[in-house]
Design a protein around this ligand. Structure first.
Ligand code: IMP
Length: 209
Protein backbone atom coordinates (compact mmCIF):
# COMPACT_ATOMS: atom_id res chain seq x y z
CA UNK A 1 0.00 0.00 0.00
CA UNK A 2 1.31 3.43 -0.96
CA UNK A 3 0.45 6.63 0.88
CA UNK A 4 1.48 10.19 0.04
CA UNK A 5 2.50 12.48 2.88
CA UNK A 6 1.83 16.17 2.18
CA UNK A 7 5.48 17.12 2.61
CA UNK A 8 8.68 17.52 0.59
CA UNK A 9 10.94 17.07 3.57
CA UNK A 10 12.88 13.76 3.29
CA UNK A 11 13.31 13.71 7.10
CA UNK A 12 9.52 13.83 7.64
CA UNK A 13 8.96 11.13 5.00
CA UNK A 14 11.60 8.89 6.62
CA UNK A 15 10.22 9.52 10.10
CA UNK A 16 6.69 8.51 9.10
CA UNK A 17 8.00 5.46 7.22
CA UNK A 18 9.92 4.32 10.32
CA UNK A 19 7.03 4.93 12.71
CA UNK A 20 4.52 3.14 10.48
CA UNK A 21 6.83 0.16 9.92
CA UNK A 22 5.94 -1.37 13.32
CA UNK A 23 2.18 -1.31 12.65
CA UNK A 24 1.97 -1.44 8.85
CA UNK A 25 5.13 -3.05 7.43
CA UNK A 26 3.78 -3.03 3.84
CA UNK A 27 3.19 0.71 3.62
CA UNK A 28 5.43 2.81 1.39
CA UNK A 29 5.46 6.54 2.17
CA UNK A 30 5.84 8.85 -0.85
CA UNK A 31 6.43 12.61 -0.91
CA UNK A 32 4.53 15.22 -2.94
CA UNK A 33 7.52 15.42 -5.29
CA UNK A 34 7.45 11.62 -5.82
CA UNK A 35 3.91 11.91 -7.25
CA UNK A 36 4.51 15.07 -9.27
CA UNK A 37 2.56 17.51 -7.04
CA UNK A 38 4.74 20.62 -7.06
CA UNK A 39 2.34 23.45 -6.11
CA UNK A 40 2.20 25.22 -2.73
CA UNK A 41 -0.53 24.15 -0.30
CA UNK A 42 -2.19 27.14 1.46
CA UNK A 43 -2.83 26.42 5.14
CA UNK A 44 -6.03 28.45 5.52
CA UNK A 45 -7.70 26.39 8.27
CA UNK A 46 -8.60 27.69 11.73
CA UNK A 47 -7.93 24.41 13.50
CA UNK A 48 -5.12 21.85 13.36
CA UNK A 49 -7.59 19.31 11.95
CA UNK A 50 -8.70 21.65 9.15
CA UNK A 51 -5.12 22.33 8.08
CA UNK A 52 -4.22 18.64 8.25
CA UNK A 53 -7.24 17.83 6.04
CA UNK A 54 -6.36 20.56 3.52
CA UNK A 55 -2.88 19.02 3.17
CA UNK A 56 -4.18 15.43 3.07
CA UNK A 57 -6.71 16.31 0.33
CA UNK A 58 -3.97 17.88 -1.76
CA UNK A 59 -1.85 14.73 -1.36
CA UNK A 60 -4.85 12.49 -2.20
CA UNK A 61 -5.32 14.31 -5.50
CA UNK A 62 -2.42 12.06 -6.59
CA UNK A 63 -4.82 9.08 -6.60
CA UNK A 64 -3.09 7.49 -3.59
CA UNK A 65 -4.13 7.71 0.08
CA UNK A 66 -3.21 11.25 1.22
CA UNK A 67 -1.88 12.11 4.66
CA UNK A 68 -1.38 15.56 6.15
CA UNK A 69 -0.38 16.81 9.57
CA UNK A 70 -0.45 20.07 11.43
CA UNK A 71 0.83 20.81 14.90
CA UNK A 72 1.54 23.60 17.31
CA UNK A 73 1.46 24.94 20.82
CA UNK A 74 -1.69 25.89 22.72
CA UNK A 75 -1.13 28.04 25.84
CA UNK A 76 -3.95 28.15 28.44
CA UNK A 77 -3.27 31.72 29.63
CA UNK A 78 -3.32 32.94 26.00
CA UNK A 79 -6.70 31.38 25.18
CA UNK A 80 -5.07 28.66 23.08
CA UNK A 81 -2.60 30.88 21.19
CA UNK A 82 -0.33 30.54 19.27
CA UNK A 83 -2.32 27.52 17.98
CA UNK A 84 -2.34 27.14 14.20
CA UNK A 85 -0.11 30.23 14.01
CA UNK A 86 2.69 28.64 16.06
CA UNK A 87 5.28 28.81 13.26
CA UNK A 88 4.48 32.47 12.48
CA UNK A 89 3.71 33.69 16.02
CA UNK A 90 6.39 36.38 16.30
CA UNK A 91 5.64 37.66 12.82
CA UNK A 92 1.93 38.00 13.61
CA UNK A 93 2.39 39.59 17.05
CA UNK A 94 5.19 42.00 16.18
CA UNK A 95 4.27 42.72 12.56
CA UNK A 96 7.91 42.33 11.57
CA UNK A 97 9.62 39.86 9.28
CA UNK A 98 10.86 37.73 12.19
CA UNK A 99 10.01 34.11 11.43
CA UNK A 100 12.12 31.82 13.52
CA UNK A 101 12.05 29.75 16.69
CA UNK A 102 14.07 32.22 18.77
CA UNK A 103 11.75 35.12 17.90
CA UNK A 104 8.67 32.99 18.61
CA UNK A 105 10.01 32.00 22.02
CA UNK A 106 10.86 35.60 22.91
CA UNK A 107 7.31 36.71 22.07
CA UNK A 108 5.84 33.84 24.07
CA UNK A 109 7.95 34.74 27.13
CA UNK A 110 7.01 38.40 26.92
CA UNK A 111 3.28 37.64 26.66
CA UNK A 112 3.52 35.42 29.74
CA UNK A 113 5.54 37.87 31.81
CA UNK A 114 4.16 37.99 35.36
CA UNK A 115 1.91 34.93 34.85
CA UNK A 116 2.45 32.62 37.86
CA UNK A 117 3.66 29.04 37.49
CA UNK A 118 0.26 27.44 38.17
CA UNK A 119 -1.29 29.40 35.30
CA UNK A 120 1.41 28.60 32.71
CA UNK A 121 -0.16 25.34 31.50
CA UNK A 122 0.16 24.51 27.79
CA UNK A 123 -0.24 21.63 25.35
CA UNK A 124 1.49 20.60 22.19
CA UNK A 125 -1.13 19.36 19.74
CA UNK A 126 -0.74 17.35 16.54
CA UNK A 127 -3.53 16.48 14.12
CA UNK A 128 -3.04 13.90 11.38
CA UNK A 129 -5.60 13.60 8.59
CA UNK A 130 -6.05 10.82 6.08
CA UNK A 131 -8.03 11.15 2.84
CA UNK A 132 -8.81 8.10 0.71
CA UNK A 133 -9.01 8.33 -3.09
CA UNK A 134 -12.83 7.95 -2.88
CA UNK A 135 -13.03 11.07 -0.68
CA UNK A 136 -13.58 9.36 2.69
CA UNK A 137 -11.45 10.79 5.46
CA UNK A 138 -10.58 10.62 9.14
CA UNK A 139 -8.49 12.68 11.56
CA UNK A 140 -6.69 11.76 14.76
CA UNK A 141 -5.13 14.00 17.40
CA UNK A 142 -2.22 13.61 19.80
CA UNK A 143 -1.55 15.92 22.75
CA UNK A 144 1.02 16.34 25.48
CA UNK A 145 0.49 18.60 28.48
CA UNK A 146 3.21 20.71 30.07
CA UNK A 147 4.09 24.12 31.41
CA UNK A 148 5.87 27.15 29.93
CA UNK A 149 9.01 28.01 31.92
CA UNK A 150 10.37 31.53 32.41
CA UNK A 151 13.84 30.53 31.11
CA UNK A 152 15.21 28.29 28.37
CA UNK A 153 16.50 24.82 29.25
CA UNK A 154 18.19 22.37 26.85
CA UNK A 155 19.51 22.40 23.29
CA UNK A 156 17.85 19.52 21.51
CA UNK A 157 14.50 19.47 19.72
CA UNK A 158 13.18 22.58 17.97
CA UNK A 159 10.51 25.27 18.18
CA UNK A 160 9.13 25.86 21.67
CA UNK A 161 10.85 22.77 23.17
CA UNK A 162 13.32 24.70 25.41
CA UNK A 163 10.41 26.40 27.21
CA UNK A 164 8.07 23.39 27.41
CA UNK A 165 8.48 21.63 30.76
CA UNK A 166 7.18 18.07 30.95
CA UNK A 167 6.51 17.20 34.59
CA UNK A 168 6.82 13.36 34.42
CA UNK A 169 10.41 13.73 33.06
CA UNK A 170 11.21 16.81 35.23
CA UNK A 171 12.76 18.20 32.03
CA UNK A 172 11.93 20.39 29.07
CA UNK A 173 11.46 18.68 25.72
CA UNK A 174 14.81 20.20 24.69
CA UNK A 175 16.53 18.21 27.48
CA UNK A 176 15.38 14.73 26.43
CA UNK A 177 16.54 12.32 23.72
CA UNK A 178 14.56 12.03 20.48
CA UNK A 179 13.33 8.59 21.63
CA UNK A 180 12.14 9.99 24.98
CA UNK A 181 10.36 12.83 23.21
CA UNK A 182 8.77 10.53 20.65
CA UNK A 183 7.40 8.25 23.38
CA UNK A 184 5.23 11.00 24.87
CA UNK A 185 5.04 13.74 22.24
CA UNK A 186 1.90 15.00 20.52
CA UNK A 187 3.33 13.90 17.16
CA UNK A 188 4.35 10.44 18.40
CA UNK A 189 0.89 9.91 19.88
CA UNK A 190 -0.92 11.20 16.78
CA UNK A 191 1.14 9.03 14.41
CA UNK A 192 0.59 5.91 16.52
CA UNK A 193 -3.17 6.61 16.58
CA UNK A 194 -3.07 7.22 12.82
CA UNK A 195 -1.27 3.90 12.20
CA UNK A 196 -3.87 1.96 14.22
CA UNK A 197 -6.77 3.67 12.46
CA UNK A 198 -5.27 3.23 8.99
CA UNK A 199 -4.68 -0.44 9.71
CA UNK A 200 -8.37 -0.86 10.66
CA UNK A 201 -9.61 1.15 7.65
CA UNK A 202 -7.27 -0.58 5.19
CA UNK A 203 -8.43 -3.95 6.55
CA UNK A 204 -12.06 -3.00 5.76
CA UNK A 205 -10.97 -1.82 2.33
CA UNK A 206 -9.34 -5.18 1.47
CA UNK A 207 -12.30 -7.12 2.96
CA UNK A 208 -14.58 -5.44 0.39
CA UNK A 209 -12.53 -6.79 -2.53
P1 IMP B 1 4.33 21.86 12.11
O1 IMP B 1 2.87 21.95 11.79
O2 IMP B 1 4.73 20.50 12.59
O3 IMP B 1 5.19 22.41 11.02
O4 IMP B 1 4.57 22.82 13.40
C1 IMP B 1 4.23 24.19 13.39
C2 IMP B 1 4.96 24.93 14.50
O5 IMP B 1 4.53 24.47 15.80
C3 IMP B 1 6.48 24.73 14.52
O6 IMP B 1 7.11 25.68 13.67
C4 IMP B 1 6.82 24.99 15.98
O7 IMP B 1 6.88 26.36 16.25
C5 IMP B 1 5.61 24.42 16.71
N1 IMP B 1 5.82 22.99 17.08
C6 IMP B 1 5.19 21.92 16.55
N2 IMP B 1 5.65 20.77 17.10
C7 IMP B 1 6.60 21.14 17.98
C8 IMP B 1 7.46 20.39 18.85
O8 IMP B 1 7.47 19.14 18.92
N3 IMP B 1 8.30 21.12 19.61
C9 IMP B 1 8.35 22.47 19.58
N4 IMP B 1 7.60 23.21 18.76
C10 IMP B 1 6.71 22.55 17.98
Amino acid sequence: MKIVLASRNPKKIGELQTLLAQTLPNVEVLSLDDVGLFGEIEETGETFEENALIKARAAASSGYIGVGDDSGLSVDALGGEPGVYSARFAQIKTGTGAHDDAANNRVLLSLLEGVPEEKRGASFVSAVACVFPDGRSFTVRGEVKGRILTEYRGNSGFGYDPLFYYEPYSKTLAEVTPAEKNAISHRGRAIRAFAERLKAEAGKEFAKK
